[in-house]
Structure formats: C-alpha cells, structure tokens
Design a protein around this ligand. Structure first.
Ligand SMILES: [Zn+2]
Length: 81
C-alpha cells in the first residue's frame, strides 16, 4: 500500500542535509554516492533517479540559489550606509 513512496530519506543531525536510505540494503547513502555511481555502493543495486530523487540531489543548489537571491534582495532593500 505504500508503493507511492519509492525512496526514503533521513535527516542528518545538526545539518539540513539529508541522506537516502537504500531501498534494498537500508544503508544510508550520501548524495555524492548517488551522483557518482548511480547505484548503491553497498549492495550495488541500481538507484533510479525519479523526480523525488532529483529534487533531493538538486536541493543544495536550489537552496544556495535562493539564499543568494535573498541576500541580493536584502542588499537592495537596506540603505547604503
Ligand atoms: Zn544498497
């Protein structure tokens, strides 16, 4: 009944970063593992990048972009001195 959720993620302590839980062996995978190997380094099962996983992989870049946008907006709103 929970076929809708393909991948599970776990939040890292003291970090906004997340790790993917391998659906096969339940090991925690770093983003880098998935990006570089596109398979689980522990059980070698293929990691299929779906929309959810793509969001997960791209999130740090999006977050960076958003915070740099916010900084730019702040700069414009606050007085020069
Ligand atoms: Zn695995």
């Amino acid at each position: 009944m929970n076929s809708a959720k393909k991948y599970e993620f776990r939040n890292l302590k003291n970090s906004s970063d997340k790790m993917l839980i391998c659906p096969k062996c339940m090991e925690l995978l770093f983003k880098d593992d998935i990006e570089h190997y596109s398979s689980c380094p522990y059980c070698n099962s293929k990691i299929e990048v779906d929309q959810e996983l793509e969001d997960f992989l791209l999130k740090p870049y999006v977050d960076n972009w958003i915070s740099s946008q916010n900084r730019a907006n702040f700069g414009m709103l606050s007085p020069e001195n």
